[in-house]
Design a binder for this molecule. Sequence first.
Ligand code: GNR
Ligand code: NI
Length: 170
Amino acid sequence: MAILSILRYPDPRLHTVAKPVAQVDERIQTLVKNMLETMYDAQGIGLAATQIDVHERVIVIDVSEERNEPLTLINPEIVWASEEKQLGEEGCLSVPGIYDGVERSTAVKVRALDENGQSRDIEAEGLLAICMQHEMDHLMGKVFVEYLSPLKRNRIKTKLLKQQKQAEKG
Ligand code: GNR
Ligand code: NI
């Protein structure tokens, strides 16, 4: 297994639109294992393949307290989303240290393949619903800061670029 490096905003590769997985084979199963290891290591509740510069429709999620309920979503599609929205505080492993409110559907129904290529429907609400929408945005090349005002987004961009330059200097 391997811990993969996570792209950081404003890396333009985060805006790549992911392609559907044609076949859930050993290559995809290895990718899923490495994504889970990377997500747990980074203490995130989800990770989209886009964030590790792999542009295929693969997501891993674990919103459990004990970090022992991994979920794998391959080629996920939202088949239903509630009209009711809720404002939730979001963060992102690709936007470290930044948290802000985003409005999302309160509940969603998602159809996806699991790590064995089996199709399943998942009904989600609360944090899981928020996380699924956040991760599916990544697969479309969208980062949560794009829901914020241009002013906030530019401040975040400047702050992260400065941090990255400082880190390069060591
Ligand atoms: O770890 C994460 N926490 C989180 C909190 C609120 C809303 C969404 C998230 S997802 C994030 C991990 C991540 O960046 N996934 O893409
Ligand atoms: Ni994210």
